[in-house]
Design a protein around this ligand. Structure first.
Ligand SMILES: [Fe+2]
Ligand SMILES: [Fe+2]
Length: 191
């Protein structure tokens, strides 16, 4: 948490993304603690949507800032995007498997391990670097951009979509709109 010039507390981009990480891991924990396949499906769809929104917002606004301001940033971002790609591939498999099958929990556990590893990397490495190299006002502004991006982002995994800022800015909102329409029509739990 940081202080704005007016003295009020204001969340910066790191606060927001770190809270997202906690939320997605908590949702995965809830899947473990229920045995009802319908509930497991809903929780999995919710976590998939949360992770998609978060990852797209990072690729649009946060990774470009890492690239620009952090020493070795370009290399770190390449690594992060590779991990996002692995996470999207896993979520695609999770989307397609029946929640009553043993493979479902297997994928949930793999996703949890990957997310925990990736979030830990960001929180111990890239996020402190962002705070060290970017002024507070800009970090708060990036947080607002992230929140806006999450509202328009896709809610379903698209394994062939590129992890690029340009793609997310041009094609992404259309994909997101179709995803949300499909979510509504199929009663899919995505928020
Ligand atoms: Fe990430
Ligand atoms: Fe993240």
């Amino acid at each position: 948490m940081t202080e704005t010039r007016s003295g009020g507390p204001s969340l910066d981009v790191v606060d927001i993304l770190t809270a997202d990480h906690r939320d997605m891991l908590a949702l995965l924990g809830q899947i473990e603690s229920t045995t009802d396949p319908a509930q497991r499906r809903d929780l999995a769809d919710t976590v998939i949507a949360e992770v998609m929104r978060h990852a797209v917002a990072e690729e649009m606004h946060v990774y470009p800032a890492v690239k620009e301001h952090v020493p070795n940033g370009a290399q770190e971002v390449e690594h992060d995007k590779e991990e996002h790609d692995e996470i999207v591939q896993l979520m695609k498999q999770l989307e397609d498997v029946d929640a009553g099958e043993p493979r479902f929990m297997d994928l949930v556990r793999q996703l949890e391990a990957q997310l925990r590893h990736h979030a830990n990397d960001e929180e111990t490495d890239q996020f402190p670097q962002l705070r060290a190299h970017i002024p507070v006002e800009k970090l708060v502004d990036l947080g607002e951009k992230v929140e806006r991006a999450k509202k328009l982002a896709p809610t379903r995994p698209h394994p062939s979509a590129p992890h690029s800022e340009l793609f997310h800015k041009t094609v992404g909102p259309g994909v997101g709109m179709i995803d949300r329409l499909r979510d509504k029509l199929t009663g899919r739990q995505t928020s």
